[in-house]
Ligand binder design. Structure first.
Ligand code: HEC
Ligand code: HEC
Ligand code: HEC
Ligand code: HEC
Length: 453
C-alpha cells in the first residue's frame, strides 16, 4: 500500500466514525432532534361531529362507556388518566414540609394533605382522605353526577349526607367524565358546557370573556368556599380582575354572613378579629392563636389567568392535552391530562414562541426558586404562629394589640397559602407566586415586630 492509499483510507475511516457519532448522538438525543419537527396544531383537528349515544346513566348523563362507541380513541385517552397514580402511594405534603402541620393546626389539612393525582381517582381519594367530610359538597369536584343532581334537585343536595351520596354515585355514576366538561354535547365537535352551576352564578356575564377550554378546567381548579347559608360551593369573585389574592382577601373580609353581620356596622377591617364571628368569612378558628383563618384551595385558574400565557391567548388545553394523530387519520385532543414536561409533542409546541430554549430547564429553574422561598417563608410563618400563640397564652398584651397581630397572621397565612397550594409551583405565573410570598414575608415581619421579636 502506498502512502497516498493509507492517508486516503485513514481519512475515509475518520469520516465514517464521525458520521456514526453524529447519527448515534441523534438517536440517543431524540428530543433535541425531534424538537424542531412541527407539532400538530389546533387548526389540523378533525371535525368530530356525531350523534350522541341514546343510552344514558340513571340521572340522564351520557357516560364515558357510552361515548366509547362514538369516539373510542378519546375515551381511551381519558382512561389513561389512571396512569397518573402518584406511584400508588400518595405523598403527604405534611411529611415533605413539616411546618404545615403547625400552620394548619385546628383544621382538617393538619391531619392529611396528600398530593393530587389523575382524574380517574377522584371518587376513591375523596372517600379515603382522613380529613373530615361534613357534607356531600365535598363531591362537587369529583364527579359529574353530583353537579347534575344539584341542577336537577337544587341547593339542598350540598348538605346531603356524604356517605349516602358517595355510595349512590360510586355504584351508578362515574368519576370526572365527559359530562363534566361537555354535558351531553360532546358529539357537537366537543362543544364545551359549564355543568357546575356556581361558575355561572359567580361570574355571570363575565364567563364569556374566558376561553372555553380554560373555563372547563376552571370549574374545579379554583379557589372556592362553601356559602355559610346553604354550604353551596362558590367562587369568591365575579370577574378575572377580581381574582387577585388581595381582592379575594377583601371579598372574604367583607362577606355578608348568614347571621346578617356586615362591615357596614362601622367595624373596620382591622377589627375583623374582634368578637368571634363578628364579621368576615373564615375557614377555621385556631384556638391557640385566637385567629380566624382562611385556607386557600388550588387556584390554578386564577393564577393562570393573571399570567403571561393567558395574555397570549393560550388555554389550559394547549399545555396539558396533546394533539394526536389516530391510525385512521383523525387528529384529536388526547384527554390524558399530562404535565407538558412529560410530553414531547407539547414541548415542541412551545418552540413557536420560545425558540430553542430548553423548556424543561426553564420551568425547573422557576420551580426551584419558588419552592426554596416557600420553605423559607413557610418556616418563618410557623415561627410567627408560635410567637403569637405564646403571646395569646401569656395574656400580657391587650386584646386590641393581639387582634392587630392576629390580623397580620390571617393575611400572612392567606398570601402564603395562595402560592403554596397552587399546583404548578410557580410555573403558571412566577411573578404572582413571588408576589404572594413577598406579601406573606412583609406581614410576618410586621407581626413579629409588634410581638417584640
Ligand atoms: C376535563 C374536561 C374534559 C373531559 C372530562 C372531557 N373533555 Fe372532551 N374536550 C375537553 C377540552 C378542553 C377539549 C378541547 C377543546 C379545544 O380547546 O379545542 C375537548 C375536545 C373534545 C372533542 C373535540 C375534538 C378534539 O379532540 O378537540 C371531543 C369530540 C371530545 N372532547 C369528546 C369527549 C368525550 C367523548 C369525553 C369522555 C370520554 C370527553 N371529551 C371528556 C375537555 C374535556
Ligand atoms: C370536576 C372537577 C375538575 C375538572 C373540571 C378538572 N379537574 Fe383536574 N383535577 C380535579 C381533581 C379533584 C384532581 C385531583 C384528583 C385526585 O388527586 O384524586 C385533579 C387533578 C388534575 C391533574 C393531576 C394533578 C397532579 O398533581 O398530578 C391535572 C394535570 C389536572 N387535573 C388538569 C386539569 C385540566 C387541564 C382540566 C381541564 C381540561 C381539568 N383538570 C379539569 C378536578 C377537576
Ligand atoms: C403555557 C403552558 C401552561 C398552561 C397554558 C397551563 N399550564 Fe398547567 N402547568 C404547566 C407547567 C409547566 C406545569 C408544571 C409541570 C410539572 O411540574 O411537571 C403545570 C402544572 C399544572 C398542574 C399540576 C400538575 C402536576 O403534575 O403536578 C395542574 C393541576 C395544572 N397545571 C393545571 C392547569 C390549568 C387548570 C390550567 C388553565 C387554567 C393550566 N394548567 C394552564 C404549564 C401550563
Ligand atoms: C403563544 C406564545 C407562547 C407559547 C406557545 C408558549 N409560551 Fe411560554 N411564554 C410566552 C411569553 C410571551 C412569556 C413571557 C416572557 C418570558 O418569560 O419568556 C412566556 C413565559 C413562560 C414561562 C415563564 C412564566 C413565568 O411566569 O415566569 C414559562 C415557564 C413558560 N413560558 C413555559 C412555556 C411552556 C412549557 C410552553 C409550551 C408548553 C410555552 N411556554 C409556550 C409565550 C408563549
Amino acid at each position: 500500500m502506498d502512502k497516498k492509499t493509507i492517508i486516503w483510507k485513514v481519512i475515509c475511516g475518520l469520516v465514517i466514525i464521525a458520521v456514526a457519532v453524529v447519527l448515534l448522538t441523534g438517536v440517543l438525543n431524540k428530543r433535541d432532534v425531534r424538537y424542531h419537527t412541527e407539532a400538530l396544531t389546533r387548526d389540523q383537528l378533525t371535525e368530530l361531529s356525531a350523534p350522541a349515544p341514546t343510552e344514558t346513566a340513571y340521572d340522564g348523563t351520557i357516560t364515558a362507556a357510552a361515548w366509547k362507541t362514538v369516539f373510542p380513541y378519546i375515551a381511551a385517552s381519558m382512561e389513561d388518566n389512571a396512569k397518573n397514580d402518584a406511584g400508588g402511594e400518595i405523598p403527604d405534603y405534611l411529611d415533605q414540609d413539616p411546618y404545615l402541620k403547625n400552620i394548619y393546626e385546628g383544621f382538617g389539612f393538619a391531619k392529611e394533605y396528600g398530593e393530587a393525582r389523575g382524574h380517574a381517582y377522584t371518587l376513591t381519594d375523596v372517600k379515603n382522605t382522613a380529613r373530615p367530610k361534613a357534607a356531600a359538597n365535598c363531591l362537587t369536584c369529583k364527579t359529574p353526577n353530583f353537579n347534575k343532581k344539584v341542577t336537577d334537585e337544587g341547593l339542598g343536595v350540598y348538605t346531603m349526607d356524604f356517605e349516602t351520596l358517595w355510595n349512590e354515585i360510586n355504584e351508578k355514576g362515574e368519576a370526572i367524565s365527559c359530562y363534566t366538561c361537555h354535558g351531553n354535547s360532546a358529539g357537537n365537535n366537543g362543544e364545551l358546557r359549564v355543568t357546575h352551576s356556581y361558575v355561572n352564578k359567580a361570574l355571570g356575564g363575565n364567563v364569556q370573556s374566558i376561553d372555553a377550554s380554560t373555563l372547563s378546567c376552571g370549574q374545579c381548579h379554583i379557589e372556592y368556599y362553601f356559602t355559610p347559608a346553604d354550604k353551596e360551593t362558590m367562587m369568591p369573585y365575579d370577574s378575572v380582575e377580581a381574582m387577585t389574592p388581595e381582592a379575594i382577601l377583601e371579598y372574604y373580609d367583607t362577606m355578608v354572613l348568614a347571621n346578617g353581620l356586615t362591615l357596614t356596622d362601622g367595624s373596620t377591617k382591622e377589627s375583623i378579629q374582634l368578637p368571634a364571628g363578628s364579621t368576615g368569612f373564615s375557614d377555621w378558628y385556631q384556638s391557640s392563636t385566637g385567629a380566624r383563618l382562611l385556607k386557600a384551595q388550588h387556584p390554578e385558574f386564577e393564577t393562570y389567568l393573571q399570567g403571561k400565557h393567558a395574555a397570549e391567548g393560550m388555554s389550559c388545553a394547549d399545555c396539558h392535552m396533546e394533539i394526536k394523530l389516530n391510525d385512521d387519520g383523525t387528529v384529536y385532543h388526547s384527554h390524558e391530562l399530562v404535565s407538558p414536561l412529560d410530553s414531547e409533542a407539547i414541548l415542541e409546541s412551545c418552540a413557536k414562541c420560545h425558540g430553542d430554549t430548553n423548556m424543561v430547564q426553564k420551568v425547573h429553574r422557576i420551580q426551584d426558586q419558588v419552592m426554596t422561598r416557600e420553605k423559607e417563608i413557610g418556616n418563618k410563618l410557623s415561627d410567627f404562629k408560635d410567637a403569637l400563640a405564646a403571646a395569646n397564652k401569656a395574656g400580657k398584651l391587650s386584646e386590641e394589640d393581639l387582634n392587630a397581630v392576629r390580623r397580620l397572621y390571617r393575611e400572612a397565612q392567606w398570601f402564603f397559602d395562595f402560592d403554596y397550594v397552587e399546583n404548578a409551583e410557580g410555573a403558571h405565573n412566577s411573578e404572582l407566586a413571588n408576589h404572594c410570598l413577598d406579601l406573606a414575608a412583609e406581614r410576618i415581619e410586621e407581626g413579629m415586630e409588634l410581638l417584640g421579636k
